[in-house]
Design a binder for this molecule. Structure first.
Ligand code: IMP
Length: 196
């Protein structure tokens, strides 16, 4: 079965191919399918946006399409940037600037108030109209510095106290085992195996 992954985010593609690719499932990217559509993410929830991306790309490609909508919720900022995570300070603003801004917004905030989580809502839209949805989260804190070369986005400021590491400081495999997207995609992979 071929599945198209509805994203242009290279960081996500790298993670998801590692989770999904198997004898039975081949993940193809939008670029490989020759699809260049920007889905407007105007939903109020991660679930709404994931569903919109999956359905639009399924319709455009004719393949079952899988999409993730994800983001970082920072409790001290009342859940921001949340669904706006990609657009925080502007879509094309480099992440070292965004990450420095967040560190600045949390300057002087004690560790117990720096709690945050990544959330991932995953949706699979089938050409016959069926929709499958899963969700995953990872809890952590916003650290005090930018650290690590792996991952993408806000990974360099997301500290996981249980392992004593920043998410950008662990491998893709290690991140997939504990991350919001890793968990949501693993659940989705199980669902897909059942319907194959
Ligand atoms: P979207 O799901 O493409 O709308 O964007 C999600 C945005 O949330 C990304 O562009 C990142 O800013 C952030 N984000 C989501 N997942 C992760 C992650 O695993 N690491 C770091 N940042 C993430």
């Amino acid at each position: 079965m071929k599945l198209i992954f509805a994203t242009k985010n290279e960081g996500k593609v790298k993670e998801v191919i590692k989770i999904f690719d198997s004898d039975k499932i081949e993940v193809i990217t939008m670029a490989q399918a020759g699809i260049d559509i920007d889905v407007v993410e105007d939903g109020e929830t991660f679930e709404e946006n994931a569903r919109k991306k999956a359905v639009e790309i399924m319709k455009a490609s004719g393949f079952p399409a899988i999409a993730d909508d994800s983001g970082l919720e920072i409790d001290f900022l009342n859940g921001q940037p949340g669904v706006q995570s990609a657009r925080f300070m502007g879509h094309d603003t480099p992440y070292d600037i965004k990450n420095n801004k967040i560190l600045e917004m949390l300057r002087g905030v004690p560790e117990d108030k720096r709690t945050a989580r990544f959330v991932s809502a995953v949706c699979l839209a089938m050409p016959d109209g069926r929709i499958f949805e899963t969700r995953g989260t990872i809890e952590g804190i916003i650290g005090y510095e930018i650290k690590g070369e792996n991952g993408f986005g806000y990974d360099p400021i997301f500290y996981k106290p249980e392992i004593g590491r920043y998410l950008a400081d662990i491998s893709t495999e290690e991140k997939n085992a504990i991350s919001h997207r890793g968990k949501a995609m693993a659940k989705m992979r199980e669902m897909v195996m059942e319907i194959l």
